[in-house]
Design a protein around this ligand. Structure first.
Ligand code: SAH
Length: 347
């Protein structure tokens, strides 16, 4: 029976170097191939022009290079680009390029579907099929970097893990991808330009702090009252706000890095002064800022953006108490590319 070939990008640099040494070649050959695979994002062994033909053949006999394919690219009237990304096993995820005057941000996926069940998010309606591998996360970033250079004449400047999935539920692979994105043999990006957004998995937030990743942390809070949050993010039953608070205090004590809370104000859900006061209390635990984000409707009608009065009420209360607030407008809504709309629709 034909043996299944290994994905060469599952190997670390050291393992690749050892592979060459075990075949009587040099450590350096491993480094060269590693650079082709990551820095130059080669999709074929034949692209590796400074590697001999024999060695390339030997690699082909032993390995495959799994890579993603941008199956469909859609451009929004506001410049936002959404990629439907086909994985080697035919599953699809989405990633988004968000251009502003001074930045290009890549919004990348970490899982196919999502294991959480946030009631207001389109991705949550999809079953979680599997975690993405480090190279699949990395490749989304490379694809967007290329598009940024092509359409906006500049490299990618920021990355947010706000696409499909819960990044802290795929911790090891997300961290491996970040390592490659930040390493000189990869894209050499600063970790300060990378934001991991989480619904709030306390244990993993602590681990992230311990691992000193130097990335930024955003938390999808949406309510600072357990009874409300558990209704819209049922996962809050397992990890209530008290546990989240403790993890965030730990994060700050270790990293001294300010946290961003993402928050949507919905009509009849969290639009009362009591809700706003609860958020203010929560904001006092750890240095933070609040992003009030616009709700992007998903197909069912249970959630509706609150009135601008309600949003202003939040903004005023927070600002009067010294909390930085930004009101974030959605991008890419016309192509279902906005936050919470990623559900593999491309019609
Ligand atoms: N699982 C992670 C990352 C994916 S969601 C997390 O929860 O943070 C990325 C962001 O989109 C989160 O802030 C999330 O709360 C927000 N979001 C989800 N559904 C949305 C919707 N319908 N409209 C606007 N934002 C939404």
């Amino acid at each position: 029976m034909k043996q299944k070939k290994k994905d060469i990008r599952a190997l670390t640099k050291e393992q690749l170097q050892e592979f060459f040494v075990s075949r009587g070649d040099k450590t350096f050959r491993g480094t060269q191939v590693y650079e082709w695979l990551w820095n130059k994002a080669a999709h074929s062994f034949d692209d590796m022009t400074n590697i001999s033909k024999e060695t390339r053949q030997m690699l082909k006999d032993n390995f495959v290079i799994n890579h993603i394919r941008v199956d469909r690219m859609q451009r929004s009237s506001d410049g936002t680009i959404k990629n439907a990304v086909k994985l080697h096993d035919s599953l699809t995820v989405e990633s988004v390029l968000i251009p502003t005057k001074s930045r290009t941000t890549a919004c990348v996926s970490s899982q196919v579907g999502c294991s959480l069940d946030c009631q207001f998010c389109a991705t949550a309606k999809l079953k979680r099929m599997r975690n993405l591998n480090p190279d699949e996360i990395y490749d989304q970033v490379v694809a967007i970097d290329n598009e940024s250079r092509l359409y906006f004449d500049r490299p990618l400047s920021n990355i947010v893990f706000m696409g499909m999935g819960e990044p802290l539920m795929n911790y090891n692979n997300v961290m491996k991808a970040i390592e490659k994105i930040t390493s000189p043999e990869g894209l050499g990006m600063s970790p300060k330009r990378i934001t991991v957004s989480t619904s709030g998995v306390p244990k993993m937030i602590k681990k992230l702090a311990d691992d000193e990743a130097k990335i930024k942390l955003a938390v999808s809070l949406h309510s600072a009252r357990n009874e409300v949050r558990s209704k819209i993010m049922p996962f809050n039953e397992t990890f209530p706000l008290e546990d989240l608070r403790e993890a965030l205090e730990y994060w700050y004590s270790k990293t001294k890095s300010r946290i961003t809370y993402e928050y949507i104000v919905w009509q009849d859900i969290n639009d009362t002064p009591e809700d706003a006061r609860a958020l203010l209390r929560f904001c006092k635990y750890v240095p933070c800022k609040v992003n009030l984000i616009e709700y992007n409707p998903i197909d069912d009608g249970d959630f509706q953006q609150a009135t601008s009065e309600a949003t202003n009420m939040y903004q005023n209360l927070l600002e009067q108490n010294g909390i930085t607030v930004t009101v974030r407008r959605s991008r890419g809504k016309d192509i279902d590319a906005a936050c919470g709309q990623l559900a593999n629709k491309s019609a």
